[in-house]
Design a protein around this ligand. Structure first.
Ligand code: PMP
Length: 359
């Protein structure tokens, strides 16, 4: 049959979501399975979100507000920046792709650390951009000096994931300052802060606040994690007005939909509850880290809502063994396993599974 799609996309890895717990439970004959695979927060939607979405869906025969004005203004107030510096999108993953489209031509280069968020190579491939992967340091973090050295005349974007998915490692202010100073002015530095709300180390900078006056810095945030809106798909970008305006042109029209806009506004009104939930998550993160270290795994310090077990070739078998005990985690074959922090009970179930799954 005549090939109708781009041949270069055949080798593209598919973005793999965490397995559905209902499917896993059915396969195992269990009442339920525990999902610790997608870095969601386990406490349900924030108060008021379900009601706001229900009210908004009464108007779904109309298109959403194309300018996302109320939500962008609420985000602008929260971050003390003008709304013209904000673009929202269908998750921050979509914004990352839109930014690549807004900045790169085919053959240009995007530099990022590896291993990091698995969407980066997919976005690069889709947009015809060359991926330049800089290996993580031995302690699973970004090698910022090697990343700076990897920048060439073709580099348009460098992505810094802070904290890094899936290793949980983070970069402190002095190191990030030095890196930003070393990057040429015409290269965009994307600081992906999907897990910012879980950062407890005061030395790890809030890039929206800290780097607001650096013109080539673009910050990505999401409401999927701490704000509990993964299913509504809301991410946002903070950039210079000209960059944000170009990205808003590139975005698929209306991609922050009616329910997403209403749910996000309701969630943003729950800042105190978000803080309370994040404190529970980060306390559990630190408990999990210590417990898994006691099992003999060299877990790096995490500033996110997940931990990383660098199990190398044992990663896939560990993932399968946990799943057979009803706990779904995220193995990255040949490398490690990422485990999302759940409720204390869920984490205990993971620790029990991990104890028997480890060799
Ligand atoms: N960046 C990072 C580092 C992530 O881990 C994720 C989600 N896994 C995202 C961006 C995308 O989040 P969303 O599209 O749900 O906003």
């Amino acid at each position: 049959m005549t090939k109708l799609t781009r041949a270069d996309l055949d080798a593209l890895p598919t973005y793999l979501p965490g397995r559905n717990p209902a499917d896993v439970a059915r396969e195992l004959g269990l009442a339920e399975a525990i999902k610790l695979a997608s870095n969601e927060v386990p406490y349900g939607p924030l108060p008021g979100v379900v009601e706001a979405v229900a009210e908004a869906v009464a108007g779904v025969h109309r298109y959403p507000d194309m300018g996302v004005v109320a939500l962008r203004e609420a985000l602008a107030r929260r971050h003390d920046i003008p709304a013209d510096r904000i673009a929202t999108g269908c998750g921050s993953v979509a914004l990352c792709e839109h930014l690549a489209r807004a900045t790169c031509l085919p053959g240009d280069e995007i530099v990022y650390s590896w291993r990091s968020f698995e969407a980066y190579p997919i976005i690069a491939a889709i947009t015809g951009v060359t991926s330049v992967r800089v290996p993580n340091t031995a302690d699973h973090g970004h090698d910022l000096s090697a990343m700076a050295d990897a920048i060439t005349d073709r580099t348009r974007v460098v992505i810094v994931c802070n904290p890094n998915n899936p290793t949980g490692t983070s970069i402190r202010r002095a190191d990030l300052d030095r890196f930003l100073d070393a990057v040429p002015d015409d290269v965009v530095v994307v600081i992906d802060e999907a897990y910012r709300e879980f950062v407890t180390d005061a030395e790890v900078p809030d890039a929206v606040r800290t780097y607001r006056d650096r013109p080539n810095v673009v910050v990505l945030r999401t409401l999927s994690k701490a704000w509990g809106l993964a299913g509504l798909r809301v991410g946002f970008m903070v950039a210079q007005p000209e960059v944000a305006a170009t990205v808003r042109k590139v975005i698929t029209p209306f991609s922050t939909n009616t329910a997403a806009q209403a749910g996000a506004l309701a969630a943003l009104a729950q800042e105190d509850e978000v803080r309370r939930r994040c404190a529970l998550v980060t306390a559990e993160r630190d408990r999990l880290t210590e417990s898994v270290r006691k099992l003999g795994v060299d877990v790096p310090d995490s500033q996110a809502n997940f931990i990383w077990l660098p199990l190398g070739d044992g990663a896939a078998a560990f993932g399968t063994a946990c799943e057979s005990r009803g706990v779904i985690v995220r193995p990255f074959q040949g490398d490690g396993v990422r485990v999302t922090v759940g409720t204390p009970q869920e984490n205990d179930a993971f620790l029990t599974a991990a104890e028997s799954a480890l060799p």
